[in-house]
Design a protein around this ligand. Structure first.
Ligand code: 5RP
Length: 294
């Protein structure tokens, strides 16, 4: 039965309770549209303000990377412990069950292999396909100082424009050429350019010196890549220092899926990122979970 006139006395308008207006929890993101915020809120945990993204997109330029030879065998068991999966549409469609509740960050740049100049990328996914796949963000490689710097920046700004049209955030991934110096000065430059040109968040590498100046000078959230495999305690220490110095989480691949016990490692990384656990305590957790498994 529809409401009829004259029943207003049964309604409750809470006229003395002002409607709350809330600031969005992520740095620099308060002016974004609702859909964009909703998607970012599926990547970043609104309680800790951070994320553990599992990066498994390496095959898009280097083929079957160690640990990613069989994503169905090696990666699916890890997925429940990640906040987000970062991958290609090929892997998403062929391997990831569509029932997954995980948010997806889709790699949308590509077009080169390790046999050629890596910075020579284009946008390799249509925005319609990103929408069809219900992704939470699109990831584009940006090669500041690289041979194809300009094209890679334009790839990113195109993704930002397309994503803004449909409420899909863009993650700018700062890629460093082999011969370039990885220091805070370089990453301040690279991350700031990406943020200024519209990326909703930026992925970079951790540097032991002055990393807090990188996060401070970037007006949007930063997540760190793990980089090449290093000992587990060192990887946990890197993640710890990064988040303590202002990173909003990790987008980690090899240091998780190439660990001796990947499930133990992703759980230990979560403890560091979401619970501010010290590297030593997280390493103890890693060892206890690893031992339990064997
Ligand atoms: C490839 C990428 C990877 O996602 C990124 O390097 C993260 O993985 P890892 O922690 O193994 O470095 O962007 O270009």
């Amino acid at each position: 039965m529809p409401d009829t006139e004259g029943t207003s006395e049964a309604k409750q308008y809470y006229t003395s309770v002002p409607q709350k207006s809330q600031n969005y929890f992520l740095k620099g993101s308060n002016s974004l549209d609702w859909g964009m915020k909703n998607r970012l809120g599926r990547i970043f945990n609104p309680i800790s303000g951070r994320t553990v993204m599992l990066a498994i997109d390496h095959g898009y330029f280097q083929g079957p990377t160690t640990g990613l030879e069989r994503l169905d065998v090696n990666i699916l068991p890890l997925a429940p412990f990640a906040d987000t999966l970062m991958l290609t549409r090929g892997v998403l469609r062929s391997i990831i069950p569509p029932e997954t509740q995980k948010s997806i960050v889709l790699r949308v740049s590509g077009g080169t292999s390790i046999l050629k100049e890596l910075s020579n990328e284009s946008i390799a996914v249509d925005i319609e396909d990103a929408i069809r796949l219900n992704v939470s963000a699109m990831a584009v490689q940006v090669f500041i100082g690289g041979e194809h710097e300009r094209e890679s920046i334009i790839n990113m700004t195109k993704a930002v424009d397309m994503g803004t049209r449909y409420g899909i955030p863009t993650l700018a991934v700062t890629a460093v050429g082999k011969d370039m110096v990885r220091d805070a000065k370089y990453f301040r430059l690279a991350t700031r350019i990406c943020a200024e040109l519209g990326a909703q968040y930026v992925k970079t590498y951790y540097v032991p010196e002055d990393f807090e100046t990188v996060t401070a000078s970037c007006p949007v959230p930063i997540v760190i890549a793990g980089g090449k495999k290093i000992p587990e305690l060192d990887a946990l220490a890197m993640a710890y220092h990064a988040v303590q110095q202002g990173a909003a989480g990790v987008d980690m691949g090899r240091n998780i899926f190439q660990a001796e016990s990947p499930i133990a490692m992703i759980k230990a990384v979560r403890a560091v990122v979401h619970d501010n656990e010290s590297p030593e305590m997280a390493f103890e957790l890693y060892n206890s979970l690893r031992i339990k498994k064997s």
